[in-house]
Ligand binder design. Structure first.
Ligand SMILES: [Zn+2]
Length: 374
């Protein structure tokens, strides 16, 4: 993350005034967001799990995301990361713009344990907080990581104001589809790597996203801009760049602010920096070129080019370029009784893992005892 930040700063990818950090490169600035509050964490995660994250005990739970050890500094980092995501989302809502938190969304984390290096499901924690505070009525999480956003799905079922749209290549065993949990597995392997596979991926995204965004009509999009389709599914850098431009442009056209986070990506460091800063470039480009209310057409025949002219921005018509069927699977919808059962067992889990308020509160406060909490 620091290296991605340094690349953004050194290359002046966005205006210095738009950067909030206490990184030593940025002299004289201290805009570190406060850690996420305990109440918001308790909406999504169980007390037993949170206490493990705050204290390191039991260790198997504190390291259930897959890290080799626990310490207080790492624990503070988790909470500061989600605090940063909240600050970025609030700014996006207030300024009606695109913002980012150079941290992760942690889409595999579930209510009572971590998984796949994801500790706290920041996406869901922040969505809940914004709704509780009246900053947003509806929030959509768009997850374009190569892996299914299974933790997010588990956390949002039954919370109708938060939607999870996960378009992935690798399933992670998440729950089936429901009204607010839309999951699509793309069959990348049916297309040869290169333009054909890219066009298919982009066609899938352009077929799914506009309909669902218009259907839910969210006040904010939290975008998990996963870069692992590059190394895990053979999607090219050019395709990921125009994918991000498309998501940002689509949201802007519909007057919906976006906050994006880093996700996935397992290449060498230089490639990773190039991929993630690509999202920064696209966000910047869309903000500069696209105005809310502009129109969008699909007519280009070059799969990686988009442009804006007289308030109309044109993206390639990937569906026609594909000239074939979309190859993706959507799990069946959960039955109403299944959803009720799911919510019932989650409620039971929260009850079972509940701790007295003062116990969890003091564990949280001890982590930040050297500075006042908000
Ligand atoms: Zn991933």
């Amino acid at each position: 993350m620091p290296m991605i930040f340094e690349a953004i700063w050194r290359n002046r990818l966005i205006h210095p005034e738009q950067i909030h950090t206490d990184h030593p490169l940025v002299i004289g600035r201290s805009a570190e967001a406060p850690p996420i509050d305990l109440e918001s964490l308790r909406q999504v995660h169980t007390d037993r799990y949170l206490k493990a994250l705050f204290t390191g005990e039991p260790l198997h739970l504190a390291t259930s995301q897959g890290l080799p050890f626990w310490n207080e500094s790492i624990a503070r980092g988790w909470l500061l990361n989600v605090g940063g995501l909240y600050a970025a989302a609030k700014t996006a809502l207030v300024k009606k713009t695109i913002t980012a938190n150079l941290g992760h969304g942690y889409h595999h984390a579930t209510a009572n344990r971590g998984s796949g290096f994801c500790t706290i499901n920041g996406l869901v924690v922040v969505a809940h907080k914004l709704i509780r505070e009246g900053m947003a009525k509806q929030v959509m999480i768009i997850d374009l990581d190569q892996h299914e956003g299974n933790g997010t799905a588990e956390c949002i079922i039954g919370h109708s104001r938060i939607w999870n749209v996960s378009i992935f290549g690798s399933p992670m065993g998440g729950p089936p589809t429901s009204e607010n949990n839309r999951v699509f597995q793309v069959q990348h392997g049916m297309f040869e790597i290169g333009e054909r596979r890219d066009v298919h991926y982009l066609a899938v995204i352009s077929e799914i996203l506009p309909k669902l965004i218009k259907h839910q009509n969210p006040d904010l999009i939290l975008y998990q801009a996963g870069m692992d389709p590059y190394d895990s599914a053979g999607i090219t850098k050019k395709a990921l760049a125009i994918r991000d431009a498309y998501v940002f442009a689509l949201a802007r056209l519909l007057h919906i602010p976006v906050t994006w986070v880093l996700a996935g990506g397992y290449s060498d460091m230089d490639t990773l920096i190039e991929l993630h800063t690509g999202t920064v470039r696209m966000a910047h480009e869309v903000l500069a070129k696209v105005n809310p209310g502009d129109r969008m057409t699909h007519r280009g025949i070059t799969p990686y080019e988009w442009n804006v002219q007289d308030g109309t921005f044109s993206f390639p018509d990937w569906t026609s370029l594909l000239s074939g069927k979309l190859q993706m699977d959507q799990p069946p919808f959960m039955r109403e009784s299944h959803i009720k059962e799911f919510i019932k067992s989650r409620n039971a889990l929260f009850k079972e893992e509940k701790l007295p308020d003062d116990k969890i509160d003091s564990a949280y406060r001890r982590l930040f005892s050297w500075k006042p909490l908000p």
